[in-house]
Ligand binder design. Structure first.
Ligand SMILES: C[S@@+](CC[C@H](N)C(=O)[O-])C[C@H]1O[C@@H](n2cnc3c(N)ncnc32)[C@H](O)[C@@H]1O
Length: 376
């Protein structure tokens, strides 16, 4: 990157383009996603230039822009955490989209134009899936190709009222020194333990990345909600039916919220729990000003509810796609699809925008500029 040029990014598994929104100031030279609805939403918001709707396995290095990018961002799908043991042979294609991405990085590297940085974003479960074998495989893969890398666990809750911990693995080819050891809060216990399980080669390539502590800017949940008059509330019967799914702890939470003065806003999800040996559907709620982690709406149980306790009564409704996007730190100028479930899927699958921004400003840009890594 020369001093005046914008750094460039190849955005894999681009989804709704939320990584792109967070990487303000970077130029997206290429973006890819398999899903037609996601690609439509991406194009509606950012245009089609450099956008490819394709299975990552169907791309070849010739499909990528010429030259060397500064960053390859890969929010690979969290459903396929199974990274270990299947990267070669006939099972490779089915084994996970991550390896489809990785083979492109290797091909770029063979042409002497590997990106300067790679970010791999995933759920924190990657630290422990398959007994830690997936993370070990990923770490060894990076180390054996000459990357220095480290992982940070960052929860979007620092910026937005949504609990959303995610893992960010940042890899570089440059010889920068990380911190001397783990540093709270982003080197969580899970990251430290996963580091402890690495082989010698992978450990030698490990860097303890720092990220300057973000300012506490978290918005308030109620202020992100639509005005009460603009949304569709459940009628009394439907609300009563929903509340019948409360277990005793969650019933107490609701009663406490209802007994408090003023307006209390909560959120909830239905979940299936085992109770006395049988499956029971439960409504699990929180009134702590934080929304639960947004998920993709694959079935009724993953839609998030909004509950408002006020003046002795309780009203309930579904969280809207616009509210979900606000919980991801996305501005209201983002064009949402007409379909509610498509909108919720964009948000539920996405990466929180302020987290990407903090990573970009606090680590990626300093790394590109060859600056020393700073502690939180
Ligand atoms: C976790 S989401 C990424 C979301 C994105 N970072 C955002 O913030 O909107 C993973 C994405 O990978 C896409 N995907 C899954 N398998 C793929 C494949 N084989 N090739 C290309 N894209 C794929 C999905 O359609 C989904 O949009």
């Amino acid at each position: 990157m020369n001093a005046d040029a914008q750094p460039t990014v190849l955005e894999f598994f681009a989804g709704a383009g939320l990584a792109r929104l967070g990487l303000g100031g970077w130029r997206t030279a290429f973006a890819n996603d398999l899903d037609p609805a996601k690609t439509r939403a991406y194009a509606a918001n950012f245009g089609s230039m450099g956008l490819r709707q394709d299975d990552v396995w169907d791309l070849s290095v010739e499909d990528l822009p010429s030259g060397r990018a500064d960053l390859a961002w890969a929010s690979s799908p969290c459903q396929d955490l199974s990274l270990a043991g299947t990267r070669g042979g006939l099972t490779a294609r089915r084994s996970g989209a991550f390896w489809g991405f990785w083979r492109l990085i290797e091909a770029l590297d063979d042409q002497g134009r590997a990106p300067r940085l790679i970010v791999i974003e995933n759920v924190t479960g990657l630290l422990t899936s398959n007994g830690g074998e997936d993370f070990r495989t990923l770490a060894e893969t990076l180390a054996h190709r000459g990357w220095r890398f480290g992982a940070l666990e960052i929860d979007a809750i620092r910026w937005v009222p949504q609990s959303r911990p995610r893992l960010f693995i940042v890899a570089t080819r440059d010889s920068v020194a990380g911190l001397s050891g783990p540093c709270a809060p982003f080197h969580s216990r899970g990251v430290v333990e996963a580091h402890g399980r690495l082989s010698g080669d992978a450990r030698a390539a490990w860097c303890w990345w720092g990220l300057s502590e973000p300012l506490p800017m978290r918005g308030d949940l109620d202020s992100l909600l639509e005005p009460d008059a603009d949304v569709v509330w459940f009628d009394d019967d439907r609300t009563a039916q929903l509340l019948r799914h409360l277990g005793s702890l969650h019933r107490q939470r609701l009663d406490a919220a209802a007994a408090s003065t003023g307006r209390s806003v909560g959120t909830g999800f239905k979940r299936v729990r085992m109770e006395k040996g049988r499956k029971v559907q439960r409504l699990e709620i929180r009134f702590d000003g934080i929304a639960g982690c947004l998920r993709t709406p694959a079935g009724g149980s993953s839609r998030q509810y909004v509950l408002v306790a006020q003046d002795g009564g309780v009203r309930a409704r579904f969280l809207t796609p616009r509210e979900a996007m606000r919980l991801m730190g996305v501005g209201d100028d983002y064009r949402l699809p007409a379909s509610v479930s498509a909108g919720l899927k964009l948000a539920g699958d996405g990466v929180a925008v302020p987290v990407v921004r903090a990573l970009s400003e606090g680590l990626l840009k300093p790394l590109l500029a060859g600056q020393a890594v700073r502690a939180a």
